[in-house]
Design a protein around this ligand. Structure first.
Ligand SMILES: Nc1ncnc2c1ncn2[C@@H]1O[C@H](COP(=O)(O)OP(=O)(O)OP(=O)(O)O)[C@@H](O)[C@H]1O
Ligand SMILES: [Mg+2]
Length: 611
């Protein structure tokens, strides 16, 4: 397994390369989880194989023995036997087909579920470097590719391989001469198959890549539709999309062309087989000495034998068609599997250490010790950064955009690991406890309040599923948002839409406050939104924040005057370094960075809001 970067147009799709056998074994393992179903399918398939080899012999018996002897009664019995065998074959085929689908779909369900859980565990660093569209493509398109294979084709094809061998064997037992001449075309078939296999593999690899680009571009355009419109870029975007769409169209046409050419070729070769049987069979009847060896290996040729061989020939080549079809499907399934397994095999950069314990109850003493950190591929954002926050203190961080404020939050939550130094909560290193327990102690209200599809109530309950109606109302009351929420169209039952798009920004903030208040964390982090909010909501939010911060250690990335003035300490950040720190009045007196920042940014905004 080697790490490869797909190509220039696919820079973020981390795809490993696996050998075909590795992929096959891994896929079969998913089926093997259902052992009993698997065994039943194998038994039913074996029955079909036996029946399909047996029936041509029954036909020969009907023609050569019963019909020739003129005994209509035996003819009737033998044909009845033929029908009964066919009926059993039908039942067995139906049974195995159904069970295979069942098993395959369960396997697909398992893979999708596993992939979903794995993606949730991936670190932020992983998501920084992958496009959500590509990931969605893996969860849908790529798993679909695998589903055909797992839903029967795999087992079916192996069964067909047995059929080919069983019929080949039956042919040799029945008549060596006819077997030899009719199997003479196998080399032609092999060469054709190998050639097409190569062409199709390339073509299907390409289609997987192109569809993934289409999907990811689509996903991005949908989420960025507003920006596109506002820049009047619809036409350019459509042209760019047309390019990807065209590439996908072309690669599918190429793949289809190869496949379309292949089937008629195999069918032609199979017809050739029938012609050979008829031609040489007749010759052997008319001239019994031709290629004669001895009475056992080359018995007298009969019409029954010819009919039997025509059936054999058909049954021999039909599986080969299936096997050939399998090649195309297996290529696309392998391409899909490769992408899915690549994600499953990419380990999260942030892992719980093997001896990680849950974080105990904490007082909330936060300390950054000489922390140095930079995002992958970037320069250091924080260098030898120190910060000590006593339990219950509220500190405000202010600074220019890009100064590293959100980065501090990311590190405290261990969304990323520090490169040097350490971060401790109550003297416990955040890397030594489980991520789940760490996150449950820290409440986070993000700059862009993210809500999930569903109602306002669902969203408030997000971190505390069993919250009662009273608790929800109490939380809304506490932050002074009850009136605002109840005034919504359907109150708590209002659907918020995707990402909460149907609520205003202020409403979204309030809902996210209520959500975090219900979760009741010891440490609270607020990354304030900078956008202006109407005075009425602003007032509600300020009140809400005071309630939220009470009795917790809190870090507020502050843009609001009220937060800053009331903070126990204000930290001024510049290029990842603390340049000033103290209370509002002291810093104002100093007339340093804070003073100019306040004068330039904070006061004008505050005025704007209160005017
Ligand atoms: N996920 C990321 N990957 C790479 N670089 C990042 C990432 N997030 C932030 N950065 C970079 O790190 C620096 C600090 O970013 P950060 O988000 O901490 O700024 P900030 O102080 O929160 O700014 P703002 O006030 O605009 O929110 C910036 O230069 C930014 O470009
Ligand atoms: Mg930020």
């Amino acid at each position: 397994m080697s790490r490869t970067l797909d190509s220039a147009d696919d820079p973020d799709a981390r795809t490993y390369e696996y050998s075909d056998s590795t992929l096959l074994i891994r896929m079969v393992k998913y089926l093997f989880a259902y052992r009993r179903l698997f065994a039943t399918v194998i038994v039913l398939t074996a029955v079909t194989i036996i029946l399909s080899v047996w029936s041509p012999f029954v036909l020969r018996q009907a023609i050569d023995v019963d019909f020739v002897s003129g005994d209509m009664h035996s003819v009737a019995l033998t044909t009845l036997l033929y029908v009964v065998l066919q009926a059993f074959a039908w039942i067995a085929t139906y049974g195995s087909g159904y069970l295979m689908t069942l098993m395959g779909q369960r396997a697909v369900y398992d893979i999708r579920q596993q992939l979903y859980c794995h993606l949730q565990e991936m670190s932020e660093e992983f998501h920084d470097h992958s496009s959500s569209g590509r990931i969605i493509s893996r969860l849908t398109n790529d798993i679909d590719r695998m589903s055909e294979l797992l839903g029967g084709e795999l087992i079916n094809t192996f069964a067909q391989v047995f059929v080919v061998f069983a019929i080949g064997w039956a042919m040799f037992v029945a008549d060596l001469r006819l077997a030899l001449v009719s199997l003479a075309i196998i080399p032609i078939l092999l060469i054709t198959t190998v050639y097409f296999r190569k062409v199709m593999r390339e073509a299907y690899r390409r289609t997987r890549k192109t569809i993934s680009t289409v999907t990811s571009n689509l996903a991005e355009s949908i989420s960025g539709a507003k920006v596109t419109k506002s820049f009047a870029r619809e036409k350019t975007s459509a042209e760019i999309f047309a390019g990807y769409n065209e590439a996908d169209y072309q690669s599918n046409v190429d793949a289809g062309k190869a496949q379309a050419a292949f089937f008629p070729v195999v069918r032609f070769i199979s017809a050739l087989g029938v012609a050979i049987v008829l031609f040489f069979g007749s010759w052997f009847i008319l001239d019994p000495s031709f290629l004669y060896i001895n009475p056992v290996l080359t018995p007298v040729m009969t019409i029954g034998t010819i009919v039997m061989f025509v059936q054999f020939s058909d049954r021999f080549f039909r599986p080969i068609l299936t096997i050939a079809q399998f090649y195309t499907d297996v290529q696309s399934a392998f391409a899909g599997g490769e992408r899915v397994f690549s994600i499953l095999d990419t380990e999260s950069a942030i892992q719980d250490s093997p001896d990680a314990l849950p974080m105990p109850e904490i007082k909330g003493h936060v300390r950054f010790n000489n922390v140095t950190f930079g995002y992958t591929g970037g320069t250091a954002v924080l260098e030898n950064f120190n910060l000590d926050i006593q339990p219950g203190d509220a500190i405000a961080i202010v600074g220019d955009t890009g100064a590293g404020k959100t980065t501090i939050v990311n590190l405290l939550n261990r969304f990323y690991d520090v490169q040097r130094g350490s971060i401790q909560i109550d003297e416990i290193d955040v890397r030594s406890v489980t991520q789940r327990s760490l996150h449950s102690r820290i409440g986070l209200v993000l700059q862009d309040a993210f809500l999930f599809m569903g109602t306002v109530r669902d969203n408030i309950r997000y971190g505390h599923q069993d919250a009662t109606e009273e608790e929800i109302i109490a939380a809304l009351d506490a932050i002074g948002a009850r009136r605002i929420i109840e005034n919504l169209d359907k109150g708590l039952d209002t659907e918020v839409g995707e990402r909460g798009a149907r609520l205003s920004e202020g409403e979204r903030q309030l809902v996210s406050f209520a959500r975090v208040l219900l979760a009741d964390p010891r440490i609270l982090i607020l990354d304030e939104a900078t956008s202006s909010i109407d005075i009425y909501t602003e007032h509600a939010i300020q009140k809400g924040m005071r309630v939220l911060l009470r009795g917790r250690t809190s870090i507020v990335i502050a843009h609001r005057l009220s937060t800053i003035v009331n903070a126990d300490r204000i930290v001024v950040l510049e290029h990842g370094k603390i340049v000033e720190s103290g209370r509002h009045a002291d810093l104002m007196q100093k007339r340093g960075k804070y003073y100019s920042l306040y004068d330039l940014q904070i006061r004008p905004r505050a005025l704007q809001r209160t005017v």
